[in-house]
Design a binder for this molecule. Structure first.
Ligand code: SF4
Length: 145
C-alpha cells in the first residue's frame, strides 16, 4: 500500500478555508507524488463551520496554545481555543490511523502554518496549533504558501 501523507484539505482544492475558498497548489501534488493523500482540515475536524470567522492566535503561536500560554480568538471575539485544540488532536488521530509520517500543510494558517501564522493583516513566525502538535509527535512538516 502506498505511504500515506497528511495534506491540508484546502491545498488539495477542497473549499474548507474560513471564507469558503480553497488554496489548491500544484506543487503539493508534485510533492505528494505516488503517495496517498489523507485530506485533513483541523478547523473543520474541531467542529468549526465553513465559512467561519477568521481565527488568530493571541499571545504566542500554536505551540503556546498547546501549552496553555496563548489563546485562539476569532474575529468576532469568541475564544475558539478548545475547538482548535480538538481539531489538532483529531488530526493527530488521523495521522496515527493512517501511519502518516509527513504532513504537507497550508502556510500562515493558525492551525496548519509551519513557519508562520497570520496575525491581523500581517503574520508572525511560529507554527499553527495542529502543526505544532503533529511536530511534537514526530511528523515531518512541509509548508506551502
Ligand atoms: Fe486549510 Fe488548515 Fe485552514 Fe483547514 S485549517 S482551511 S486545512 S489551512
Amino acid at each position: 500500500m502506498a505511504e500515506a501523507v497528511l495534506v491540508s484539505a484546502c491545498l488539495l482544492g477542497l473549499c474548507t478555508r474560513y471564507d469558503g475558498s480553497h488554496a489548491r497548489r500544484r506543487e503539493v501534488f508534485d510533492a505528494l507524488g505516488a503517495r496517498t493523500a489523507v485530506a485533513v482540515c483541523p478547523e473543520q475536524l474541531g467542529g468549526m463551520a465553513t465559512p467561519r470567522p477568521r481565527v488568530e492566535i493571541r499571545g504566542g503561536d500554536g505551540a503556546d496554545v498547546l501549552d496553555g500560554r496563548a489563546a485562539a480568538v476569532d474575529e468576532e471575539g469568541r475564544d475558539v481555543t478548545a475547538l482548535m485544540l480538538r481539531g489538532a488532536f483529531q488530526t493527530l488521530g488521523l495521522a496515527r490511523i493512517s501511519s502518516a509520517r509527513e504532513a504537507l500543510l497550508k502556510e500562515r494558517s493558525p492551525s496548519c502554518g509551519v513557519v508562520a501564522v497570520a496575525r491581523g493583516a500581517g503574520e508572525r513566525s511560529g507554527r499553527g496549533v495542529a502543526a505544532a502538535l503533529l511536530e511534537r509527535n514526530g511528523i515531518r512538516l512541509k509548508g506551502f504558501s
